[in-house]
Each structure stands twice: as C-alpha cells, then as structure tokens.
Design a protein around this ligand. Structure first.
Ligand code: CDP
Ligand code: CDP
Length: 212
C-alpha cells in the first residue's frame, strides 16, 4: 500500500515547495492537485467556453493528461482565479478527486498537495499537514516569484486576489479548504523553506517509524 503525505493550505503558503522537497527526499511521487483544476480552467478558457458550463468542464476534467501538466504553462494569475471558480462545481470535483485518488494509490509513496487532500481525497493518509502564512507574506512571496520569472505585478493586487480566492475556497459548500481534524498545522509566516522542510520531516519520520 502507498504511504501518502497529504498537504493542504491556501495560495502561496509554501505547500508546493514543501511537497516537492519531501517527495525528493523520500523518493515519493508528487501530485500538485491545484494543477488539475488549473488544467480544466485553461481548457475552458482556450475553447472560449463560459466557466460555469458544467458539462464541458466535466468533459475537460476527464480528458486532460495528468502527466503532461506543467506549472509554468498553468501558472498565470488569471488561470488560478478561473480554477477556483471551476473548483466550486461538485460534478467536476468528483471526476478530479477520483483521478487524484488513483494517483495516490500508485507506487511506494506519494505526496499530494491542494485544499482538500487530508479531508476528502486521502482522509486515511498517515501524515497530514496544513500549511499557512499571513496573507501579506503570501502576497509578497507570490510577488517576488512573478518578478523572479521576469513578469510584472502589483503587490496590492496580488493580496486582493489571494484574499478573494481564500474566501471562495474556504466557504464553498463542497470540500471547503480547512485543516483535517488530525492535521499538523505549519505556520510558515516567519519560516524559511528549509525550516518548514525540517519541521515536516520530523513529523513524516515519526509516522514512517510507526508504520514500519
Ligand atoms: O504551493 P503554494 O502556492 O502554497 O506555494 P509555493 O509555490 O510553494 O510558494 C510560493 C512562493 O513562496 C515560492 O516562490 C516559494 O519559494 C516561496 N516560499 C518562501 O519564500 N518561504 C517559505 N517558507 C515557503 C515558500
Ligand atoms: O498555487 P496556488 O495555491 O495559487 O493555487 P493552486 O493550488 O494551483 O489551486 C488553484 C485553485 O484550485 C485553488 O484556488 C482552489 O480553488 C482549487 N483547488 C481545489 O479546490 N482543490 C484542490 N485540491 C486544489 C486546488
């Protein structure tokens, strides 16, 4: 059976960076589930379809290739916003969650990061982390990330977008973003990437020990 590390948290909390570090360290496969919602959003935008066209969104959710998803292609701010609108539709979530679960069952170990991994996708995962940071710090991180990639951005606009997206993700009826009851909370507001990795590693090592 696959050992799954479930990581959830809001935008730019550092969950993706942490998931990649843990996957590399333990030799586990990693799935950034945010990309699955982004892939559907991009397919809809590219086809010029309204984002609330449920039948088209379900079809897109069934048909994209998970192994072809690339964050650099799907990173755009507008796609993140569109993804969070796609993500309120239960019929679309059902299809994507099933594909994510399938991924979580393959190989010796997996790391999945998103919003509902510990609560819905993998509720039996032996390790659950909920990563947070203040909205201001998260907006600053995203801002520097965009500038670092040669893009242009305005920090206040990013902050407004992050707050709006957090609100939509935390208050939707189906699978709202929230820590699972048995999740470890990791507030990275004042933490470096390295410190967050070390804190998470201690938790994972203890769970692996218990599982062996
Ligand atoms: O996946 P998520 O949107 O939660 O965030 P991320 O892409 O892992 O991190 C967003 C940005 O914050 C990246 O540029 C990270 O390098 C940076 N970061 C940081 O500066 N300090 C941390 N403790 C975590 C992430
Ligand atoms: O990287 P960032 O945190 O900005 O966003 P993301 O992880 O790529 O997710 C984009 C959007 O997809 C989120 O705002 C959520 O609305 C949705 N999502 C979700 O509902 N459930 C997940 N497991 C992952 C993402």
């Amino acid at each position: 059976m696959s050992f799954t590390i479930a990581i959830d948290g809001p935008a730019a909390s550092g969950k993706g960076t942490l998931a990649r570090r843990l996957a590399a360290h333990y030799g586990f496969r990693h799935l950034d589930t945010g990309l699955t919602y982004r892939a559907v959003a991009k397919a809809m935008l590219d086809a010029g379809l309204p984002l609330d066209d449920e039948a088209a969104a379900v079809e897109a959710a069934r048909s994209f290739d998970i192994s072809e998803m690339r964050r650099d292609v799907l990173a755009e701010h507008g796609i993140g916003e569109a993804a969070s609108r796609i993500a309120v539709m239960p019929v679309v979530r059902r299809v994507l969650v099933e594909r994510q679960r399938e991924f979580s069952r393959t190989g010796a170990g997996t790391v999945l990061d998103g919003r509902d991994i510990g609560t819905v996708v993998c509720p039996d995962a032996p390790v659950k982390l909920f990563v947070t940071a203040s909205p201001e710090v998260r907006a600053r991180r995203r801002y520097h990330e965009i500038l670092g990639n040669g893009g242009k951005a305005e920090e206040q606009a990013i902050l407004a977008d992050i707050i709006r997206r957090d609100d939509r993700d935390a208050n939707r009826a189906d699978s709202p973003m929230r820590p699972a009851r048995d999740a470890h909370l990791l507030d990275t507001t004042e933490m470096t990437i390295e410190a967050a990795f070390r804190a998470a590693k201690t938790i994972v090592d203890a769970a692996l020990e218990k599982n062996s």
